[in-house]
Design a protein around this ligand. Structure first.
Ligand SMILES: Cc1cc2nc3c(=O)[nH]c(=O)nc-3n(C[C@H](O)[C@H](O)[C@H](O)COP(=O)(O)OP(=O)(O)OC[C@H]3O[C@@H](n4cnc5c(N)ncnc54)[C@H](O)[C@@H]3O)c2cc1C
Length: 156
């Protein structure tokens, strides 16, 4: 049995330019600062309890619950889904988002950033369907609006 939880955005979790590590061209690599927040641990513990009870009620013969405990830290060594979202998030306000609802950069109008990078929150559901839907949504805006009149599709 497996369960996915949503992960909201927190100021303590962010991407930045790495002060130490660089690529072959001398550009800083992207650094991810991330750890579980109290709500993540609470959700996880809640689900451990519920799923453990369901497994027992189903007559499971071998039940071993693996989950987070208070004080658990993010650990890349154990698999815990690979649904990483965010980095260039979409939003209504250029002060707090990188791209508008059409995935167009607020700063550079001929840059559209498509992908799970646009998600402002980490949703519990599988992301790929929404990534594809957003790509269609953005492509339609490019074809029907942007190409006819290149420029910002929304006022900053
Ligand atoms: C093991 C695994 C299992 C998964 N299972 C599921 C699942 O069952 N269901 C589901 O919904 N999701 C699943 N996901 C998540 C899903 O794959 C991602 O959410 C989705 O692929 C994100 O799409 P994206 O376009 O944002 O990024 P990506 O698919 O990662 O695409 C980014 C692209 O950018 C390219 N790129 C990177 N840097 C550069 C550069 N500098 N210049 C040019 N190109 C560059 C990369 O090569 C890549 O092709 C899984 C992910 C993994 C890793």
């Amino acid at each position: 049995m497996d369960a996915h939880g949503a992960h909201q955005s927190y100021r303590a979790n962010y991407l930045s330019l790495d002060p130490t590590y660089q690529d072959a061209y001398g550009n800083p690599l992207l650094r991810m600062t991330f750890d579980w927040q109290p709500n993540d641990i609470k959700m996880n513990r809640f689900m451990q309890e519920k799923m453990g009870a369901i497994a027992k009620a189903m007559g499971g013969k071998a039940i071993s619950v693996s989950g987070k405990q208070d004080g658990s830290h993010f650990d890349t060594r154990s698999y815990q889904t690979t649904h990483l979202n965010g980095g260039a998030i979409m939003g209504a306000d250029p002060q707090t988002s990188a791209v508008n609802r059409y995935l167009q950069s607020w700063d550079v109008h001929n840059v559209f950033v498509l992908g799970a990078s646009a998600f402002p929150q980490g949703l519990g559901y599988n992301p790929t369907g929404l990534v594809a839907a957003l790509a269609y949504w953005s492509a339609r805006a490019i074809r029907e609006q942007y190409l006819k009149q290149p420029g910002a599709l929304l006022k900053a």
